[in-house]
Design a protein around this ligand. Structure first.
Ligand code: SF4
Length: 265
């Protein structure tokens, strides 16, 4: 998830990573099923090498213990709704200033109107980065076939056996393997990434994940943020790993993947 989302009805406030805040008005409409519940007008960090707007979709099929977008996952209806028309109008006006969008969540692949929406975004000449938890490979395959994506970031939560502990769900790991294969076998720019949560993931877990994605161009290790509003409140007092520990882990992971990047440290 690129940023933490918070807001009240008809007015969304989004915490930039640089701690700046914006407020944008939106009016609920029922005429389309695309559920956008947050908009960050400009981001320099959510789409590698590009200036983008970041859009947050409502709802998720996982319940990750370290997730800090709790309202987006459990109560998206309590957040402001941005109609497709409002989003398209915003993007049209900003298309000369932006390189693209980052669509994040929640889990964007749950959105039924995803393909027509991304097709419209591409018609504006904007690039599309999709953030996904990798549990919906059929949707990803269709988006790849339709060539509406320019970059995909897949969150890998941990070694397969730790998925129930981390996500609160029993995931069929075959769907995750399918997502990995789709990206590894294709030519689209992509990254796999893991949020490194002390007490839940250790260095050996990161090595297991690296082996699972062996040969991949980029593996990102993301710093855990002990935010007060995490899904699992017992993690709020957990101290993140030190930079040194993760740097050492990154060196070991590097033997399996082409590059390892640290984010949020
Ligand atoms: S996949 Fe996990 S971290 Fe991402 S939005 Fe869903 S619950 Fe939160």
């Amino acid at each position: 998830m690129p940023g933490r989302l918070s807001g009240k009805k008809n007015s969304v406030k989004i915490n930039f990573k640089c701690t700046r805040r914006v407020s944008i008005r939106g009016t609920p409409k029922e005429w389309n099923s695309l559920d956008i519940r947050g908009l960050q007008r400009t981001s320099l960090i959510d789409f590698p090498g590009e200036i983008c707007a970041t859009l947050f979709t409502g709802g998720c099929n996982l319940r990750c213990c370290y997730c800090y977008n709790k309202d987006l996952v459990f109560n998206p209806d309590t957040l402001p709704f941005f109609s497709q028309g409002e989003i398209m109008s915003f993007l049209q006006k900003r298309s000369s200033l932006l390189d693209g969008i980052c669509l994040t969540g929640g889990e964007p692949t749950l959105q039924k109107a995803l393909l027509p929406f991304l097709t419209a975004v591409k018609e504006l000449g904007l690039k599309v980065k999709l953030d996904t938890n990798g549990t919906r490979p059929a949707v990803l395959r269709r988006l790849l076939e339709k060539e509406v994506l320019d970059y995909v970031a897949v969150d890998l939560k941990g070694p397969w056996q730790k998925y129930p502990l981390i996500t609160g769900k029993n995931i069929d790991v075959r769907v995750l393997k399918e997502t990995i294969a789709l990206l590894k076998d294709g030519s689209l720019q992509h990254e796999f990434r893991t949020t490194v949560v002390p007490g839940i993931l250790g260095v050996e877990d990161l090595l297991i994940i690296s082996k699972t994605i062996e040969g991949s161009p980029k593996y990102v290790l993301q710093q855990f943020q002990p935010h007060p509003n995490l899904i699992d409140s017992s993690l709020c007092s957990t101290q993140p790993y030190s930079l040194e520990t993760i740097q050492q882990a990154a060196l070991r992971c590097r033997q399996y993947v082409q590059s390892v990047e640290l984010r949020g440290f």
